[in-house]
Design a protein around this ligand. Structure first.
Ligand SMILES: [Zn+2]
Length: 232
């Protein structure tokens, strides 16, 4: 199957002998281009390039509709590092806690007394703990690779940002990043570490980001389109 790499998305090419014109379709967050069999792929690529902002807008609109409110019920799916885990309630005579298994997030506790607020708070506490561990060690690894060392790494709750970098070299990250793919998390880490050198979003800053994260444009677009779904 042929595909075309777009800016933050992939397009599947579907050829048809009967087709006279090209058309783009977007369904379930999947983009496809339907073209006449004899149309050169180069022209299909140009068509996708021309329609890039339209595709990005449609993808963002669709994913907005597709993110329903969480209900915090047994069997519901929760993302962790881009993988979906099933929430399972397990009766135990203990204060509520979360245990991750290969496929599930088990919430142990006195089930008859657990309110949705408590379940949500317990899950958030667990995500924050994972974030402290994962983001701290991953930041240390990347910092060594690119030789930009922060003075400290902290995990926070932000509504509309993924991280920040203070003037003293302290970096902060949003724990909600733990729902995202690891490659996206790496981009955010690189972004904040590059602020250690450039405390702004100047052209020099973006050059440095691109140097350490060549696919940063796709990652930025991914966050723009999917960021709102990294929520519990
Ligand atoms: Zn920034």
């Amino acid at each position: 199957m042929q595909t075309i790499q777009g800016d933050g998305f992939i397009v599947t090419v579907i050829k048809s002998g009967r087709r006279k014109t090209s058309a783009l379709k977007i369904k379930d967050q999947h983009v496809s281009i339907h073209i006449p069999s004899r149309l050169p792929l180069k022209l299909a690529r140009e068509f996708v390039l021309q329609k890039t902002s339209w595709i990005q807008k449609k993808l963002a609109e669709q994913s907005l509709k597709e993110t329903p409110e969480k209900q915090f019920i047994d069997g519901e799916g929760f993302l962790f590092l881009d993988k979906k885990y099933t929430l399972r309630f397990i009766q135990a005579d203990t204060s509520p806690s979360v245990i991750k298994t290969p496929l599930e997030l088990e919430l142990h506790g006195r089930l008859n007394r657990l309110s949705i607020t408590t379940i949500r708070a317990t899950l958030i506490r667990w995500y924050k703990q994972q974030a402290e561990h994962y983001l701290t060690s991953r930041t240390a690894e990347i910092a060594r690779q690119i030789d930009l060392m922060p003075t400290s790494v902290t995990v926070k709750t932000y509504k509309a940002r993924w991280g920040s970098c203070g003037i003293r070299g302290d970096v902060q990250f949003n724990w909600k990043l733990m729902l995202a793919p690891p490659s996206i998390i790496d981009y955010v880490i690189v972004h904040e570490l590059c602020h250690l050198k450039h405390h702004n979003h100047s052209a020099l800053f973006w050059q440095l980001v691109e140097h350490h994260s060549p696919t940063f444009k796709a990652s930025r677009q991914w966050l723009k389109s999917n960021g709102h779904s990294l929520e519990i």
